[in-house]
Design a protein around this ligand. Structure first.
Ligand code: AR6
Length: 172
């Protein structure tokens, strides 16, 4: 499994799965969530509403799958990152759960490529370097499985891209 990082808008990425940094309502918001719903169209919101009707809210750290609507990806995995606030180990574990649950779903859906945004590092204010370290450490645990062939960290901001570059340059 390759681990790559790019600076891009995740709605333009044609991976089998793109991951959304959603909130527990699953009904959309701003940031990457807003962009995915806006460009993906109403099919994504309709699928989220069905999930809501069936299971209620999506808890922090959990993940669900929908169609990607009009986006070039096949599926969107919506996961809910933790709000940093005062931080702490519990928040770190919840962010780890986001990456882990998304990867487990990618394997279940037999997806070869999955693209992640920098979950929780925008509106939810998780420190960028710590979030990237958790993301890389969690994803690295999957390097010996045979289904997912490529994980792409999609950095919207230059600062995030440089962070991944720093952390990954000795690994890839
Ligand atoms: N493509 C890739 N990354 C993006 C894009 C994009 N089009 N747009 C923003 N980012 P955020 P959070 C980056 O705030 O912190 C929403 O309202 C952004 O630069 O989108 O997990 C939800 O509904 C940052 O690095 O998500 C929730 O209420 C990263 O995506 C809440 O925000 C995450 O920033 C979730 O907050």
């Amino acid at each position: 499994m390759k681990i790559n990082y790019i600076q891009a808008d995740i709605t333009t990425v044609s991976a089998d799965i793109i991951v959304n940094a959603a909130n527990s309502s699953l009904l959309g918001g701003s940031g990457v969530d807003g962009a995915i719903h806006r460009k993906g169209g109403s099919a994504i919101l309709e699928a989220c509403q069905k999930i809501r009707a069936k299971q209620g809210k999506c808890e922090v750290g959990e993940a669900v799958v929908t169609t990607a609507g009009n986006l070039p990806a096949t599926y969107v995995i919506h996961t809910v990152g933790p709000v940093w606030n005062t931080g702490g180990k519990e928040k770190e574990n919840l962010l780890q759960n986001c990456y882990q649950n998304a990867m487990e779903l990618a394997i279940t859906y037999r997806s070869e490529t999955i693209a992640f945004p920098c979950i929780s590092t925008g509106i939810y204010r998780f420190p960028k370097e710590l979030a990237a370290t958790i993301a890389i450490d969690t994803i690295s645990k999957y390097k010996d499985q045979a289904i997912v062939k490529e994980v792409i960290f999609v950095c919207f901001e230059k600062e995030d891209y440089m962070c991944y570059e720093r952390l990954l340059k000795n690994e890839t």
